[in-house]
Design a protein around this ligand. Structure first.
Ligand SMILES: [Zn+2]
Length: 813
């Protein structure tokens, strides 16, 4: 099916004005399908258009009382002609439930056999479960009814009322874009509350009831705190009535900002212990989705090239509001370690793009831009903008923008216009430097005879202006922080050239590659642990990680810095991020796995012995130990409740990570996996078992076949299997699959749709095969235009990482 192009969308938006939708869902039938009837009232200027519908079977189409032939459906579009000025279209279709998280997803809970559904409409998915004009700038109010089993509840964009047993009606909504329409229907567990006149609700599967109930106060508190802060910042109140947060199964993003009924991946209902960092991350997702109620839902982009206006804004607000108004702190340190690191890598990849691209991709290609640029770089750029303009001007512009376009659509030019009216000057230059170009400057520091000089090197002629701070630290981690504006290629800094360590952008304000000088690098092992600001430590580690990836810094030196400083690291965000980096990139990537695994395991074991019982740091360190130790017997004793660290609860998910490690060490097999699944008969247990089975030496072939050829595997189970497949300790066993990836993966584009395609490629590309001979096959796949965009994009990311790892090994191997 072809994807909607921007030209088609513009033409249809000019021709068609949608007045209202009335959509009836009948979910009472048996089997894999359901029936939807959309009644759409719309005006037309040109007399011809089409409606989007991707059914299993089109039952009937009636336009202004005239029956049309369903056989006219062509590639997801039903052509409409002889339109009047005002029209009524009624389309009835048999639809197939989605198994890939897009459309109307239907999942069966392994714990109890109960069935849960929810709608995910983003990008091209809405016509997979209801006929509509599927583009962001054709908004209309929706009235939705649902027939379903009598023991179900229904939630959606409008407040739900049960009109009869098994029959529900959702209140008419404000004008909505098709991509954020949803229904959530099933025997969900619900928790209700209220704040400031807004009815609040939480929902999840029955099998997660106790876990959600335990955290309901925490989730409601964050929601209340964020509503208060948004109501302080924005002149419009939350406009969509009730506010439900539904935690749903097999969800393949973090969350989706459906007005009035946000859907979240239900992995965010913590059934096992979570670290403070994970709780804080979940709070930020809550706050992020709430920001979308204004940016995205109240005012919506016209086309997907301005998706950054949604995501960058929500991402910036999520961190800002979490830090300033919720009970969770350390937000910007987390941003630096996790989100910014993601964006910095993306901005140096072959697939980077401007934050606000001019290029007018079609709807399907736009999916690829839900990446580190649209989220992290855009958020960092908005943070710079707010600092540059001052908060009064920034918020005045934002509010004027929201008021001018409420319940409508707007683009970047209109946003810039409102900021300018609010008092901003010369935003054209700023926009060209930060939004219209891709790539990033490198900022280096030089100690001269008389002092310190900061240098800016641009990959293009952008001459980006940076507002940043430079820290100069002595052996005790103390020292001055100097603010400056870097508006030329070299600038003197008021710092002594005898500082032990000099850190450009010490507060992580700008967007650039940061490089430390040789003296600072040499002093880091001693000085890094004494620097108390976690964000500055994150800036240093991002510089170290980036210089390593660029082949400028010996990976053994980077690893050495980790080994000497990890004992002193008290942030679970830092420890968790660095261990993940070692697992993903360093051990088996830049460095030989067998040679360097042991020192990492020893360092983490030493740290584990000294962390406070029951602390987040203990939990995150224990996970690192489990992933790296080769002492399978020690881990077995943890499972048996003996010899595990005091205060560490060996709960369901920690048990599974131990089983996974024991499988990889050849100390456990299918019997141990089956026994664990017998203890944990949940959906989560099924997914964990899939991860472990893919790690079995004799389970590789079955896992590979499922991943590459089976369209029926649930999203989470599929991704778990892909995660279990590759491990540097199993290089000999997986060697035959390395080249097979390039021949098999293109076919997955034919058996799956949407986001899950790229998510699978990201996990199943052979990332520990550091072999220059793979560059050719990867290039050929990327160049093959018959392969779906998501596969080529993720293979391009794989190739970028491969090239870097090959280069690092060539330089330092
Ligand atoms: Zn978002």
């Amino acid at each position: 099916m072809r994807a909607l192009t921007v030209e088609e969308a513009r033409r249809r938006a000019a021709d068609v004005a949608v007045r209202s939708y009335r959509v009836e869902f009948d979910l009472t039938g048996p089997g894999d399908t359901f029936v939807t009837t959309s009644r759409i009232r719309f005006g037309s200027d040109s007399g011809v258009t089409w409606v989007d519908v991707k059914p299993e079977r089109l039952i009937s189409v009636e336009l202004n009382g005239q029956a049309l032939d369903p056989a006219q459906l062509d590639g997801g579009r039903f052509p409409l002609s002889d339109l009047q000025a005002e029209n009524e279209l009624v389309v009835a279709a048999e639809m197939r439930y989605a198994a890939d998280g897009e459309g109307l997803q239907r999942s069966v809970d392994a714990a109890d056999g109960r069935v849960y559904t929810y709608g995910m409409s983003s990008l091209e998915s809405a016509p997979r479960y209801f006929p509509c004009f599927d583009q962001p700038d054709l908004k209309a109010p929706y009235t939705i009814t649902v027939r379903c089993p009598e023991d179900w509840v229904v939630m959606g964009n409008g407040a739900a009322t049960r009109t009869a047993p098994g029959e529900w009606e959702l209140a008419e909504t404000k004008p909505l874009s098709s991509y954020f329409v949803t229904i959530v229907a099933g025997p969900y567990h619900q928790v209700r509350s209220e704040h400031d006149g807004i009815p609040l609700g939480l929902a999840c599967r029955q099998s997660l009831k106790d876990d959600l109930d335990r955290d309901a106060d925490d989730l409601f508190r964050t929601t209340r705190e964020a509503f208060d802060e948004y109501h302080r910042m924005f002149r419009q109140r939350y406009p969509f009535g009730e506010y439900w947060q539904a935690f749903v199964p097999d969800f393949n993003l973090g969350a989706m900002e459906n007005p009035g009924c946000v859907t979240f991946a239900d992995s965010m209902v913590f059934r096992s212990q979570a670290t403070e960092a994970e709780r804080s991350t979940r709070a930020r997702v809550v706050v992020h989705e709430m920001a979308h109620m204004w940016f995205g839902d109240l005012v919506t982009m016209k086309w997907w090239n301005d998706m950054w206006l949604n995501e960058s804004f929500a991402e910036y607000m999520a961190h800002r509001v979490s830090e300033e108004a919720t009970s969770y702190g350390g937000t910007w340190t987390d941003f630096a370690f996790v989100r910014k690191w993601w964006g910095l890598q993306t901005d140096q990849s072959s697939s980077t793009h401007p934050v606000a691209p001019d290029s007018l991709k079609d709807a399907r290609q736009s999916l690829d831009d839900f990446d580190g640029i649209s989220y992290a770089k855009g958020a960092a750029v908005l943070k710079q903008l707010a600092k540059y303009l001052g908060d009064d001007v920034f918020l005045e512009g934002v509010n004027a923008h929201l008021e001018a376009h409420e319940h409508g659509n707007a683009d970047l030019h209109e946003f810039i216009a409102k900021l300018t009216e609010a008092g901003a000057h010369d935003l054209g230059t700023w926009s060209d430097q930060w939004l219209r170009t891709s790539g990033l400057d490198t900022i280096t520091v030089e100690r001269t005879a008389g002092g310190v000089v900061l240098h800016r090197k641009s990959p293009d002629g952008s001459r980006r202006l940076h507002k940043l701070s430079i820290g100069g630290y002595d052996e005790t981690g103390a020292g001055p922080i100097v603010d400056l504006t870097l508006d030329q290629d070299s600038i003197e800094v008021a710092l002594g050239n005898d500082c032990a360590v000099i850190v450009p952008d010490a507060n992580d304000d700008t967007w650039a590659k940061i490089r430390l000088d040789a003296t600072s690098l040499a002093n880091l092992p001693a000085v890094l642990p004494t620097i108390t600001d976690g964000t500055t430590r994150a800036v240093i580690w991002n510089s170290i990680r980036d210089a390593t990836a660029d082949g400028e810094l010996d990976p053994r030196q980077a690893l050495g810095l980790f080994l000497t400083t990890i004992q002193h690291e008290d942030s679970d965000i830092a420890a968790g991020s660095l261990v993940r980096w070692l697992e993903d990139r360093v051990l088996g990537g830049y460095l030989d796995y067998d040679e360097y695994r042991g020192p990492v395991a020893d360092a983490l074991s030493n740290k584990l012995a000294r962390t406070a019982p029951g602390s987040s740091l203990q939990l995150i360190t224990a996970r690192g130990v489990i992933a790296t130790t080769d002492d399978a017997e020690w881990l077995k004793s943890w499972l048996e409740g003996a010899d595990s660290p005091a205060g560490l609860k060996i709960d369901a998910d920690l048990r599974w990570s131990i089983v996974l490690r024991r499988v990889r060490l050849n100390a456990a097999g299918a019997a141990e996996i089956d026994a664990e699944l017998a203890r944990d008969k949940s959906t989560e247990g099924v997914n964990q078992a899939a991860r472990c089975r893919a790690a079995l030496p004799d389970g590789k072939e079955a896992a590979w076949t499922r991943i590459m050829t089976d369209p029926t595997v649930g999203v989470k189970e599929l991704l778990a299997a892909a995660e279990g497949f590759w491990h540097p300790g199993q290089a000999a066993i997986t060697a035959p699959y390395v080249r097979q990836f390039f021949t098999d993966i293109p076919r997955t584009g034919a058996i799956r749709a949407g986001m899950v395609i790229g998510l699978t490629v990201h996990r199943i590309a052979p990332r520990f095969a550091i072999d220059a001979d793979l560059i050719g096959p990867a290039e050929a796949l990327i160049a093959d235009e018959s392969v779906v965009p998501g596969i080529r994009r993720q293979t391009a990311n794989f190739l970028d990482d491969l090239r870097r790892a090959v280069e690092v090994r060539r330089s330092f191997g």
